[in-house]
Each structure stands twice: as C-alpha cells, then as structure tokens.
Design a protein around this ligand. Structure first.
Ligand SMILES: Nc1c(NC[C@H](O)[C@H](O)[C@H](O)CO)[nH]c(=O)[nH]c1=O
Ligand SMILES: CC(=O)[C@@H](O)COP(=O)(O)O
Length: 160
C-alpha cells in the first residue's frame, strides 16, 4: 500500500519554508467532521510551525467535499492566497455516489490549479471505511493534513 511505504507526516520543522509572509487558505468539508477536523489540526500545526501570521491563516467550512471546489474558487477570488488546502473525507457507502463525488472533487481541484496561478492542494481522503480514514488523519499511517500543509508551503514558494 502506497501510504504504508511513504509517510510524509514526519517533517523537519527547520526545513519548512518561512510562512511569515504567506497567506494560506484552508477550506474544510463538514462531512465526516471527526476526520476533517483531525486533518485540519495536522495542517494547522505545520503552518504555525512555519510561522504563519494569524491574520494570514484563513479557514472556511463547506457542507461536503463536492463543495470544496467552489469554496476554494471563491476563497481564491476573494483573498488571493498563496496556496489553498482543500480538506475532505469521503467514505464509501452503498451506492456509486462515492465514485462520482471523489472524481468530481479531484478533477475540480486539478482544474483550479490550472485556472488560477495558485496551488490548490488535494487533501481529500477517499476511503472504503471509517478506519482507513482514521488511520490517515492522525493514526498509524500519519496525518494527510500534515502532509498537505508541507506541500502547500513548498508550492507557495515554488520558483521564488
Ligand atoms: N458521502 C459524503 C459526502 N457527500 C456529500 C457531497 O459531498 C455533497 O455535499 C452533496 O452531494 C451535495 O452537493 N461528502 C463528503 O465529503 N464525504 C462523504 O462521505
Ligand atoms: C460518498 C457518499 O456520498 C456516500 O457516503 C453516500 O452513501 P450511500 O452511497 O450509501 O448513499
């Protein structure tokens, strides 16, 4: 399993890009909030370790992962952040709805990266069950929110 072999959740604080001059946005889905709040906490810790100023750390909530695309788009247009992290947790149910939500969100976030000159980081867990989500949001496989924040910082300063 890819995650078992590659865990970016352990990071070197001294190697993080300096966030003192950066504005980072985070859009958080309220579905599976136990998971998304853990992901947010992981991301928040990294950004604070990197020295982000409170006024430059923006958080908006949206109802579900499908709304992450619009939420990130509106945040970009309103605040022009240096990077945006989209946080969600999609857990498979009985129907094909899981597949449609996951595909739409992944494609939509990819499109935002192309449409705007701002990195939009895909921190959306797509799991078959709650345990898989727990394992990747502060459990045995680390925290994808932590990883996403490291990626956001690196992409925000890319080419500088
Ligand atoms: N089942 C999950 C959803 N479903 C809701 C959709 O994301 C969306 O809000 C709805 O279709 C209205 O547009 N969302 C998640 O984030 N996680 C799920 O497991
Ligand atoms: C990802 C979803 O929307 C899914 O959890 C909904 O569950 P179901 O497919 O049983 O309606």
């Amino acid at each position: 399993m890819a995650t078992e072999n590659k865990n970016l959740s352990d990071y070197d604080k001294s190697a993080l890009p300096d966030a003192a001059s950066l504005r980072i946005g985070v859009v958080v889905s309220e579905w599976n909030s136990e998971i998304t709040e853990s992901l947010f906490s992981g991301a928040e810790e990294v950004l604070q370790d990197a020295g982000i100023l409170p006024g430059n750390f923006l958080r908006w909530n949206v109802p579900g992962s499908f709304e992450l695309v619009f939420g990130c788009k509106r945040m970009i247009e309103k605040h022009a952040p240096d990077a945006v992290i989209a946080i969600g947790s999609v857990i498979r149910g009985e129907t094909q709805h899981f597949d449609y939500v996951c595909s739409a969100v992944a494609q939509g976030i990819k499109d935002l990266n192309i449409q705007y000159n701002i990195p939009v980081i895909f921190c959306v867990l797509t799991d078959d069950n709650l345990q898989q989500a727990k394992d990747r949001s502060g459990g045995k496989h680390g925290n994808k929110g932590t990883e996403a924040a490291v990626v956001a910082l690196k992409m925000a300063v890319l080419g500088n």
